[in-house]
Design a protein around this ligand. Structure first.
Ligand code: ZN
Length: 113
């Protein structure tokens, strides 16, 4: 697909604003979650999840922070919304459900058998 065709198929400015808002919200939520987990891990044992569970939850929060940061970076460099594999536009419905998506559905299926 030509760069001009990709631009035409790219999400509209309004859709981008909406997606950016969603990503910023998710970024803030995951960051707050990681802070909470980090603080909790430092507290003396008072019930709550065991250290292993806390570690796993913190790892998930860190991964989600990285994914949202990566998506926001793609928004600033203009590559957001294009599939990392086939370069075709990722449908808006998929982006709204998963604003961090880096692949279109067919490529994603091929990636995870
Ligand atoms: Zn693709």
């Amino acid at each position: 697909m030509s760069p001009a065709a990709l631009r035409r198929a790219a999400p509209t400015a309004d859709a981008m604003d909406l997606l950016r808002g969603m990503l910023e919200e998710q970024f803030a939520a995951h960051t707050a979650r990681l802070t909470q987990l980090t603080v909790h891990a430092r507290l003396p044992r008072r019930g709550g999840p065991d250290p292993r569970t806390l570690d796993a939850q913190a790892a998930t929060a860190r991964r989600r922070i990285a994914e949202t940061a990566h998506a926001l970076r793609r928004m600033s460099d203009g590559s957001y919304g294009a599939c990392a594999q086939c370069r075709r536009p990722i449908p808006l419905g998929r982006l709204r459900a998963m604003p961090c998506a880096t692949h279109c559905t067919p490529c994603e299926r091929r990636r995870s058998p």
